[in-house]
Design a protein around this ligand. Structure first.
Ligand code: AMP
Length: 283
């Protein structure tokens, strides 16, 4: 069930492939919540053998970011995954993934510099590198990602296409708390007061949605109103508010068709992200 060594997991997966079973894969950094579990459930539904990785990837954290503080509880994660019926949990050490002399990195140019890439240089280089390594270890038929990290999903899809990887990428909806806050392992950092303030992210996205439904197509006006709403929350500091093309993440001034509304906001010291797709409902 728990694999810490690449070779052990690979041996197990070789047996699985010999039985012509399909393999589903859910990469995570652990401290699991219902958002992660929604991906796990879909993988179990769609494939014969589900692998979940739990690895806090050092190369996607910048200097001064929260790599050391990032919440970890592997025992609890394994219990939750066992209860779902996951077949294998892969939780390697940093040394297993990046032994001495490690020198290879993957970059998706352009896309990696937008939105979160602006304030987290090197982040998506670390993400792409670890995801490609994990894909090569697991060789999944389908890999499941959350829309919560919309930019990540766009970048991974680009990498898969550009490098001819034989994996299908599925992106699943954001799972939220009952008041609308997007579930995140980082929510555990929030004090009770900050937890209340954190709702401003979702409220700003709802405001964008409301304006869009009332016919507003001026992205700059929507963005300004979102910024004003977030600025009215004293504990919040905007990293970015963006209305962008969901395909190439380029900022939009006018919305034609659909748009991504995405926010990154510091609540105290905690950086949270959220997003919503603005699109006309058909029928
Ligand atoms: P993480 O552990 O934060 O690296 O996330 C692992 C995967 O879970 C990524 O594909 C995330 O997009 C996804 N995920 C995280 N939070 C949520 C959420 N609230 N709803 C759906 N998927 C999520």
């Amino acid at each position: 069930m728990l694999y810490k060594k690449t070779t052990h997991l690979r041996n197990r997966l070789d047996e699985v492939r010999k039985q012509y079973k399909s393999i589903g894969f859910v990469p995570t950094m652990g401290f699991l919540h219902q958002g992660h579990l929604s991906l796990v459930r879909e993988s179990i539904k769609q494939t014969d053998f589900t692998v979940v990785s739990v690895f806090v990837n050092p190369t996607q954290f910048g200097p001064g970011e929260d790599f050391n503080e990032y919440p970890r509880d592997l025992k609890r994660d394994i219990k939750l995954l066992e209860a779902e019926g996951v077949n294998a949990v892969f939780s390697p050490s940093s040394e297993e993934m990046y032994p001495e002399g490690y020198s290879t990195f993957v970059e998706v140019l352009g896309l990696q510099d937008k939105l979160c890439g602006r304030s987290r240089p090197g982040h998506f280089r670390g993400v792409c590198t670890v995801v490609l390594k994990l894909f090569n270890i697991v060789r999944p038929d389908i890999a499941f990602f959350g829309q919560k990290d919309f930019q990540q999903a766009v970048i991974i899809k680009r990498m898969v296409q550009d490098l001819h990887l034989e994996v299908r990428i599925e992106v699943l909806p954001i799972i939220r708390e009952s008041d609308g806050l997007a579930m995140s392992s980082r929510n555990s950092y929030l004090s009770p007061d900050e937890r209340k303030s954190a709702l401003v992210l979702y409220r700003s996205l709802r405001l964008a949605e409301e304006q869009f439904f009332h016919g507003e197509r001026n992205a700059l006006r929507i963005k300004k109103d979102m910024e004003n709403l977030i600025a009215s929350e004293p504990r919040a500091k905007i990293d970015y508010v963006e209305i962008a093309d969901p395909n190439n993440l380029e900022p939009l001034t006018v919305i034609k068709g659909s748009a991504l509304a995405a926010v990154a906001v510091f609540i105290g010291k905690v950086r949270l992200i959220d997003n919503i797709i603005l699109k006309e409902t058909s029928g």
